[in-house]
Design a protein around this ligand. Structure first.
Ligand code: ATP
Length: 351
């Protein structure tokens, strides 16, 4: 039976030295959105380049909608893959106007449908009145959306986005991301977004693939990878995390933050993962900590805390207007269940 969407199996890619992608397997359902999230140099762009057909893998297979694009002797040329690729810089042609950029490379018959440019611009949240502007007469966010419109003009089944929002300022970034997601969803495109921005991945995609050193560390929904990371490294990469030594017994664990409820039962020595937003301040029944510093961030504040007689560096994220002052003594509580990992000698408390 053929499978709709993207199926990547055992993909290994190297340039000259050791593999930069090592037996990567990933599926994206048709019309689905996957964010590939990983640190710089982990192989994210290489994965997109392999999907687009710009690199020949040493091993493995790529299928889109049941058709083998890469595998064994098969290596379908990039222009015959039906894949749209939006690069970080947008890469518009400076000498062509918006219409010229969007229609560039389309077969002549399709190019005649110039009237389609207006609806395409609207689809990506741009005014059709921009159709005759050159790239240097557009803002960075507008250029990025034109690049997306250009990719969509070919009506690809698959769209690859390589950090397309990273050069934009915060407000424009959110607006462009939303317009992009809406446009892709309306078209039913299967989308792979590469990013090293955790918040972007969590808000954009319906599945997240976390990649470290060319290997997939975890694939799951945004809530799964954030709340139930497969390893302490994934947990720490997804957001601020405390990893505390603990002693588990069934559904509870003892650690410097007191006796906490576990999301899943465990036994013996463990590392307890506590997100700063799980810590509640002002509970007189919990351990009392000393407020070391407060980083006010508007809606919320990150509070750094010390507990007497421990080396643990603790953090709590609290609503900005309820932040304590440095020097305050506050009671701590963690009311929600926490995750734990088997104890590992190499991982001390992080923060
Ligand atoms: N053309 C190339 N020739 C040789 N090595 C390369 C080439 N392109 C990438 N690499 C190496 O492959 C590894 C993965 O690079 P890649 O660009 O895929 O990572 P990335 O996760 O996208 O990084 P970033 O987030 O910094 O863009 C890196 O070590 C990089 O130096």
């Amino acid at each position: 039976m053929t499978s709709r969407g993207i199926v990547i199996s055992d993909l290994t890619v190297g340039y000259d030295g050791p593999p930069v992608l090592d037996q990567v397997s990933l599926q994206v359902s048709s019309g689905g959105t996957v964010a590939v999230l990983g640190p710089s140099g982990s192989g994210k762009t290489t994965l997109l380049r392999a999907l687009a057909g710009f690199v020949r893998p040493a091993q493995g297979r790529i299928e889109v909608d049941g058709k083998v694009l890469t595998g064994g002797p098969v290596l379908v040329a990039p222009e015959r893959r039906g894949i749209g690729y939006v690069r970080q810089d947008g890469a518009l042609f400076p000498h062509l106007d918006v219409t010229g950029n969007i229609l560039f490379g389309l077969p002549r018959a399709e190019r005649r449908r110039a009237t389609q440019v207006g609806p395409l611009l609207e689809l990506v949240g741009l005014s059709p009145s921009l159709a005759r502007r050159r790239p240097d007469q557009l803002s960075g966010g507008q250029q990025q959306r034109v690049a997306l419109a250009r990719a969509l003009a070919r009506e690809p089944a698959v769209v690859l986005l390589d950090e397309p929002f990273s050069s934009l300022d915060t407000a424009l970034r959110a607006a462009t991301r939303e317009a992009t997601l809406t446009a892709l969803t309306q078209r039913g495109a299967t989308t792979v977004l590469v990013t090293h921005d955790q918040a972007e991945a969590l808000s954009f995609a319906d599945r997240i693939a976390v990649i470290f050193d060319g290997r997939i560390a975890q694939i799951g929904s945004p809530a799964e990878v954030y709340d139930a990371p497969a390893t302490p490294e994934v947990g720490s990469f997804l957001g601020d995390t405390m990893l505390l030594a603990g002693q588990a017994a069934g559904g509870i664990v003892d650690c410097v933050l007191g006796t906490l409820e576990l999301a899943e039962p465990a036994t013996g020595k463990v590392l307890v993962m506590v997100r700063p937003e799980q810590v509640v301040l002002g509970d007189p029944s919990g351990p009392t900590a000393h407020v070391v510093s407060v980083a006010y961030q508007g809606p919320d504040a990150m509070v750094r805390l010390n507990l007497p007689n421990t080396a643990a560096r603790l953090m709590a994220r609290v609503p900005g207007r309820r932040a304590p002052q440095p020097g305050d003594e506050v009671g701590l509580a963690v009311p929600d269940p926490v995750r734990s990992f088997p104890d590992s000698p190499i991982l001390p408390i992080s923060g």
